[in-house]
Design a protein around this ligand. Structure first.
Ligand code: DGJ
Length: 731
């Protein structure tokens, strides 16, 4: 299509082709004319003929582009580019598309768009996961201009809804260190709502890179149309929800459009793309549900267990991590005695946290020294790591180790040798965060160092089964001595790509080693990191009451199997609160349970309780880690909160009393996801002195009764809690 000077731009919708992306229950339909439009996204349809249009907006008149670019008639657009000749306009026209079946569950559709005048291409990818109802979207950009093209804004995906409603509800997950993933829901007014982070190394302080959108009104766990999304990226990101009229001005017919763009944060992050270079964005993981938020979460969890995290089919071990039990203060004898405690409790792995490395004046006895010097501290551990690995093995335990290889203390051999390896600007004071600086992973030499720091430990100690990978600092005074002066803005993306490159090598060369992502607790809870890890440390906050809220938020997007939740001592080290040991266990048992304490700090009664709690957790962990999550009562809505998991006829229900008032009505839990006619044996786990929290325990119920009438629960005192097991004995 060509236009003469003075022509009024009129969009043509004579579609020459349709491209459909389907999963089991959802569809995206794209219309191909001169450009490519998103005709539909929602529940499954075979063909766009099935779609009904009505109302005063003319059919086909208001369709959004599948991926808009600034130029032509577009004022609001996803992509913004400056060409080598400094021109600003981009119009992406259809060039071709191809569909590739990867296996029986996955099909990838790729649509190549070309700039109308310039040798510049954008390929839109849609990878559909049939069974999980998940579609991954991302783009690749390349060009054959004579010189560099500057990418200013380059989101992974644009999703738009036109004229179906003006009633959108956004659930987002905000928070900070030790209070991650708080849930907030708001009606989207006209205008732009932006959630983002700009830390560089952390993706999920401030906000988690994910959302749930209610379409056409407020949605709940079981009802309403929902789009949920999560960006697989461990650095700075931005998601923008642009609610407006979505069309040229001077055209007053009724209309409404919501455009969502999500990707790497473009703030101070222009990318200069060389001719023939391929620029690939991170992936946006999207799912659509016609039955509320619960289905959306379960879709994402199922997808994550199968594709989004490492070894999702394996159950996770019960481990004790040494941090809160020892901090920097340990020697061989103390660690071995902790291992003895782990064995007594029924644990399966011991993880040595911070403090084991650095020597001489750079010994890691506090947070001020040693980062960068990944050699064992011979004062604390004279017989080296193998002595500890042997001690663990002799006790039937696996051994894990903490590292923080992206960071350096000024007080380290590494900093003395390579002061230029840190992120900084020459001549400007670089403030310390936790006494440390961030290494520049845009530099391949630094990536090699980071890789070798960890790989050499794993080569020398092949029985190390688990690595906790920490990251306690963001970027400040952003600058790289490796990148050219013009390309300083590449640091955001190149850092994360450098890190992912390190992970890929580790994964390839040490496939058996489990990896936990920890970034001051919950700073890197994202699907970009999870692809390379088995789990995340959900928060440095181990207070069980706050953990209920944190884990509630996280569970909207990420599976329980990946969510490390450890029982710690009281008064709690972060909040100072004292909570019953049973309550602490009942909260940790609802995710990947572990321990964060020194067993010698417990008395015999406590140790006895812990031992039976660990045994109970082992009975139910397959259901918790691989089952479907149902959120029953929100902690934001009342004095009681409850969730349950269901897998193959076995369900586990967790219920907690989080506020205590006289005259409170005890909760009746209407369970979900059970077989209506199935007969379930009800029992209670993790009891103290066989005290039950349900008067009608140890008997059979039908699934229908449990789901419709409900389970009446007695939680009497403050921070009372219960864990119920339901086993289907006949269907
Ligand atoms: C922060 C982590 O989140 C903690 O679990 C612990 O590993 C410390 N770092 C160690 O310095």
């Amino acid at each position: 299509m060509t236009f003469g000077a003075g022509d009024i731009y009129k969009v043509e919708y004579e579609f020459s082709d349709e491209v459909a992306v389907h999963t089991r229950n959802t569809s995206i339909i794209l219309g191909v004319s001169d450009q490519v439009y998103e005709i539909y996204r929602g529940g499954r349809v075979a063909h766009s003929d099935e779609l009904v249009t009505s109302g005063s907006v003319e059919a086909g008149e208001e369709l959004p582009l599948a991926y808009s670019a600034f130029g032509g008639h577009m004022h609001h657009a996803a992509l913004r580019v400056t060409y080598h000749d400094h021109s600003l306009s981009t119009e992406l026209v259809y060039e071709s598309h191809r569909v590739e079946r990867i296996d029986s569950n996955r099909e990838q559709t790729s649509i190549t768009l070309k700039e109308r005048l310039k040798p510049f291409w954008v390929t839109l990818h849609y990878l559909a996961y049939e069974q999980e109802d998940v579609i991954e979207q991302w783009v690749e950009i390349r060009h054959e201009e004579e010189g560099e093209v500057t990418l200013h804004e380059y989101p992974s995906a644009e999703v738009s809804f036109a004229n179906i409603t003006d009633d959108y509800y956004l659930t987002s997950f905000y928070g900070l260190w030790e209070r991650e993933s708080s849930v907030q829901e708001e009606r989207l007014a006209m205008g732009k709502k932006v959630i983002e982070t700009r830390y560089g190394t952390w993706s999920s302080f401030d906000y988690n890179p994910s959302f749930i959108l209610g379409i056409g009104g407020p949605v709940n766990e079981d009802h309403g149309e929902v789009l949920a999304g999560a960006l697989a990226w461990s650095g700075a990101w931005r998601m923008s929800f642009d609610h407006g009229f979505g069309k040229l001005s001077h055209d007053v017919r009724e209309r409404r459009q919501l455009s969502i763009t999500a990707g790497v944060n473009p703030f101070a992050a222009e990318y200069h793309l060389k001719p023939e270079e391929n620029f690939e964005t991170p992936r946006m993981i999207l799912t659509y549900s016609l039955e509320g938020k619960g289905v959306a979460s379960r879709n994402l969890h199922r997808w994550a267990r199968r594709y989004g995290l490492r070894d999702g089919e394996k159950v996770r071990p019960v481990l004790l991590n040494s941090w809160e039990g020892a901090y920097f203060d340990f020697d061989e004898a103390k660690l071995v005695s902790m291992m003895d405690g782990v064995v007594e409790m029924g644990g399966e792995m011991f993880v040595l946290d911070d403090g084991w490395f650095g020597n001489g004046e750079h010994a890691r006895n506090a947070a001020n020294a040693g980062l960068g010097d990944w050699q064992v501290n011979r004062d604390k551990l004279p017989r080296g790591l193998d002595y500890l690995v042997d001690a663990a093995q002799d006790r039937g335990l696996k051994f894990g180790l903490w590292v923080e290889p992206e960071m350096v203390n000024r007080q380290s051999d590494l900093f003395v040798q390579h002061p230029e390896w840190v992120i900084q600007q020459p001549d400007r004071y670089n403030m310390l965060y936790r006494n440390q600086l961030t290494l520049d992973l845009s530099n391949p030499e630094v990536c090699e160092f980071v890789y070798e720091s960890v790989a050499s430990i794993l080569r020398e100690h092949p029985r190390i089964a688990y690595v906790k990978w920490d990251c306690n600092r963001s970027f400040t005074n952003i600058g790289s001595s490796y990148l050219t002066a013009e390309n300083q803005t590449h640091l955001w993306k190149d850092y994360v790509e450098g890190l992912y490159g390190v992970y890929r090598r580790l994964e390839k060369n040490f496939p058996e080693v489990m990896l936990q992502v920890c970034a001051s607790g919950g700073g890197r809870i994202d699907f970009g990191a999870l692809r390379h890890h088995h789990e995340f440390w959900a928060s440095d906050n181990t207070d069980a009451l706050q953990r209920i809220f944190i884990q509630w938020g996280i569970g909207h997007i990420y599976p329980a199997q990946a969510c490390a939740a450890h029982v710690s001592m009281c008064p709690n080290h972060q909040t100072g609160r004292t909570l019953p040991l049973k309550f602490r266990f009942d909260v940790a048992m609802s995710a990947r349970m572990g321990l964060e304490l020194n067993p010698v700090d417990m008395d015999a009664d406590e140790l006895g309780f812990v031992t039976s709690a660990v045994a109970d957790y082992k009975r139910i962990r397959t259901v918790v880690q691989h089952g479907d999550l149902y959120r029953l009562l929100s902690p934001y809505d009342g004095d009681f909160t409850a969730i349950m998991y269901q897998l193959d006829g076995v369900a586990v229900v967790f219920v907690y009393k989080i506020a205590h008032h006289l005259g409170q009505l005890m909760p009746t839990l209407q369970l979900k996801g059970l077989d209506e006619g199935g007969r379930y044996q009800l029992s209670e786990l993790n009891q103290i002195d066989k005290q039950s929290h349900c008067s009608d325990i140890d008997r059979l119920y039908t699934g229908g009764v449990l789901m419709h009438k409900g389970l009446r629960v007695q939680l009497v005192s403050e921070f009372d809690s219960a864990v119920f097991l339901l086993e289907c004995v006949a269907s």
